[in-house]
Write a protein that binds this ligand. Structure first.
Ligand code: PLP
Length: 280
C-alpha cells in the first residue's frame, strides 16, 4: 500500500522550555492538524509561567546544518518562521530561503515576548524588515509588532481601527511585503478583528474576543496552523480562517490542560499555553 501523503512543514524557531510557545507550540499545532513538523532550532530559551529567564542563540553552523539536512531530504510543503535572535542566524535563514523560492513561507514577526523579553536584537530587526519579510508568502504581525515594523513612533501608534488599517496597505507594499495578516488581539475593538491584506483583497475577519489568561504562544500557534492549512488548501483566506478556528478552540479550552504548578504563586499573574490537542 502506498504511504499517505502528509503535509510537511518546516518550522524554524526557538525552543520554549515551558512548551507553550516556539518550536513546541508549532509541533503540537502541526501534528494536531494532521501534518508533520520538521524543526530547525534557532535558540534555546529557559521559560516558565513567570516569563523568559534566559535566551541562548544556537551556533550558526548547527542552524545551517539543520536546514541543509532537512531541505536536502524532505519534500517540504511550507516553511514557518518564528524567533530568529540575531543577524548571523537571520542571514543563514535568508540564504536557505533564496535557494528554495518555491516553498511558501509564513513569518510570525516575533520580536519581544509578551513578558517583555527581547527575542530579536536590533541589528537582526533591520535585516528582518528589509531582507526576510519580502520573502514571506504571508506575515502575521500583531498591532505592537506592526508599529515596530513600520517605525511608527509611540505618540502616533496605530490602535487597530478600520481607517488606520486601510491606510497602511501602501506602506506595507513599500516594504515589498506580499501579504499581511494584521492580528487584532491588541486592538481597542470589542471584537477580535484581524485584517488580511493582499494585492487582491482587504478582508476583515471578526471573531468573538475571548477574555482568557492562558495566551502564551498564541502567535506561534496561529502562524504554524496557517502554514499547515495553506499546505493543504493553497488558499490564503481558507488557511487563515481554518487556522483561526483551530486557535479559538485551543484558547477556549486552554484552562483544562495546564501542567501542575509547584508553588502557590499568585495564579492570576501566570500565563499558560494553549490546549492544542483539545484535551479536556
Ligand atoms: N518564546 C519563544 C521561543 C517564542 O518563539 C515566542 C513567540 O513566538 C515566545 C517565547 C513568545 O511567546 P509569547 O509572546 O506568547 O510569550
Amino acid at each position: 500500500m502506498k504511504n499517505k501523503i502528509i503535509p510537511t512543514i518546516l518550522t524554524i524557531a526557538g525552543s520554549d522550555s515551558s512548551a507553550g510557545a516556539g518550536i513546541q507550540a508549532d509541533l503540537k499545532t502541526i501534528h494536531a492538524l494532521g501534518g508533520y513538523a520538521l524543526t530547525a532550532i534557532t535558540a534555546i530559551t529557559a521559560q516558565n509561567r513567570l516569563g523568559v529567564h534566559a535566551v541562548h542563540a544556537v551556533d550558526p553552523t548547527i542552524l545551517s546544518d539543520q536546514l541543509n539536512a532537512l531541505l536536502g531530504d524532505y519534500q517540504i510543503d511550507a516553511i514557518k518562521i518564528g524567533m530568529i535572535p540575531n543577524s548571523q542566524l537571520m542571514h543563514i535563514v535568508i540564504a536557505h530561503l533564496k535557494q528554495h523560492p518555491n516553498i511558501p513561507v509564513f513569518i510570525d514577526t516575533v520580536m519581544i515576548s509578551s513578558s517583555g523579553q527581547t527575542l530579536m536584537d536590533r541589528k537582526a530587526l533591520e535585516i528582518f524588515i528589509t531582507e526576510l519579510l519580502p520573502l514571506g508568502t504571508l506575515i502575521t504581525p500583531n498591532i505592537p509588532e506592526l508599529n515596530t515594523l513600520l517605525e511608527i513612533s509611540q505618540k502616533n501608534s496605530i490602535l487597530g481601527t478600520d481607517t488606520e488599517i486601510k491606510a497602511l496597505y501602501p506602506r506595507l507594499k513599500r516594504l515589498n511585503i506580499k501579504a499581511t495578516l494584521i492580528k487584532g488581539g491588541h486592538s481597542i475593538d470589542k471584537l477580535a478583528i484581524d485584517y488580511l491584506l493582499t494585492d487582491h483583497a482587504r478582508i476583515k475577519i471578526s471573531s468573538q474576543r475571548l477574555n482568557i489568561q492562558n495566551t502564551h504562544g498564541t502567535g506561534c500557534t496561529l502562524s504554524s496552523a496557517i502554514a499547515l492549512e495553506y499546505a493543504k488548501t493553497a488558499c490564503l483566506l481558507t488557511a487563515v480562517s481554518n487556522a483561526k478556528a483551530f486557535l479559538f478552540q485551543a484558547l477556549q479550552h486552554a484552562h483544562t490542560h495546564q501542567p501542575t504548578g509547584k508553588k502557590a504563586q499568585n495564579i492570576t499573574l501566570l500565563k499558560g499555553g494553549l490546549n492544542h490537542l483539545n484535551r479536556r
